[in-house]
Structures are given as C-alpha cells and as structure tokens.
Design a binder for this molecule. Structure first.
Ligand code: IMP
Ligand code: MG
Length: 194
C-alpha cells in the first residue's frame, strides 16, 4: 500500500477550491438520490421484461448513468458515445463532434439514451436519429436535467429527473471547461467565465 498522498491541509484546500466557484446549490446530493429512485421505478414500469442497451453520452452522463444503472434490475448492457457540443465554453456550438470511430451495436435492440442535460436539444435529437438509423428498435431518452426554455429542435425527454431554469449549472457530471464534474450536487456556476 502506498503512503498518505494528501495531507489534511491539502485536503482542505481541495475542498475549498472545488466549492468556492459555486454560487448556490441547486439540487443537493440527497435530493438527487431520492429522485433517481423514483425515476428508476418509472423506467422499470416501462421496461420491466426487456433487455436494454443503455447508451450514455460522455462525459456529462458519466456520474448519472453509474447511479441509474444500479437502480435498474434488468438485463442490460452499457455502451458509451463520446460527443461534444460545447467545446469548453458556455454556449453551444450548434454542431456535434463525435470522438468514436463506430456507433454501439444497437440493431434490433431497445435503447435507453442517457445524457446529463437537455438544453437546445441538438445533441439528443441528432444522436437519437443516428441510433434509429443504425437499426435500434426503440430509443427512449433519459436526462438528469431539462432546462425550461424553447428548444432549437423538437426534442422531448421520456424521463427527466429535474426541470431547471435556464441557468448555467455544474456538478454531478456537468462541467465548465472540463472541471466541476466531481461535485456531488448540482450547483449554479458562479466562477469566472471566459
Ligand atoms: P444541447 O445539445 O444544447 O441540448 O446541449 C447538451 C449538452 O450541452 C450537454 O450534454 C452539456 O454538455 C451541455 N450543457 C448544456 N447546458 C449546460 C449547463 O448548464 N452546464 C453544463 N453543460 C451544459
Ligand atoms: Mg455534455
């Protein structure tokens, strides 16, 4: 076993630096977990006897999907697709970048597509269409957050854990310039943008 990597003083610094850019906690860790129990129950009603492919979009859905799949006691497999629409900033670029060479094999299978947030709708609508074009029997879409705003394309989430106002949030998988994904709650970002 290795020695102690981080001393108490450094631990305190990490804790402070992680939280100090958060203007306020929007959804606490406890609220998230309680709601995920309910959401999983809803999904189980719809998919009770089915074999599922869960397709999660990296990196944002990483934390959410890990907590969700442990609440879904059906035979499922987990696939990931790595896509980006934000390019590190605050505004959506309007076009998707795919980092994978191949799509997961979804032909003839029921898919639960999981992402962190439904914002303009561009990401989910485009990925959903790709999966359907690849022969998926059905694609249902599950997000942690849904922003209350007009979508740029028509897109509804079949399952959404929380509706939020149109504010920029981080934590529980959501990032600002690659950071803050490891916050255990969802918070309104209050750090410097740019
Ligand atoms: P859409 O394609 O505009 O619906 O955006 C989806 C992607 O934008 C998400 O997967 C996030 O990566 C990112 N995004 C949208 N809103 C936020 C936010 O408030 N905080 C962090 N990322 C966001
Ligand atoms: Mg994302």
């Amino acid at each position: 076993m290795g020695g102690i990597l981080v001393g108490k003083a450094e631990m305190r610094t990490y804790a402070v630096s992680m939280h100090r850019d958060i203007q306020r906690v929007l959804i606490s860790e406890a609220e998230i977990h309680q709601r995920l129990d309910e959401l999983a129950g809803q999904i189980m009603v719809d998919f009770a006897d089915d074999e599922l492919v869960v397709v999660a979009l990296l990196k944002g859905a990483l934390v959410f999907v890990a907590d969700m799949v442990r609440r879904l006691p059906v035979k499922l497999s987990i696939e990931f697709m790595s896509v980006a629409s934000y390019h590190g900033g605050k505004e959506s670029s309007g076009s998707l970048v795919y980092f994978d060479r191949d799509l997961p094999d979804v032909a003839g299978r029921k898919v639960l597509l999981v992402d962190d947030i439904l914002d303009t709708g561009l990401t989910l609508s485009e990925v959903m269409q790709r999966l359907l074009d690849a022969g998926a029997a059905e694609v249902k879409c599950c997000v942690l957050l849904e922003k209350k705003k007009a979508r740029e394309v028509e897109m509804n989430a079949d399952y959404a854990a929380f509706m939020i106002e149109d504010e920029f949030v981080v934590g529980y998988g959501l990032d600002y310039q690659g950071r803050y994904r490891n916050l255990p709650y969802v918070g309104v970002f209050g750090g410097k943008m740019g």
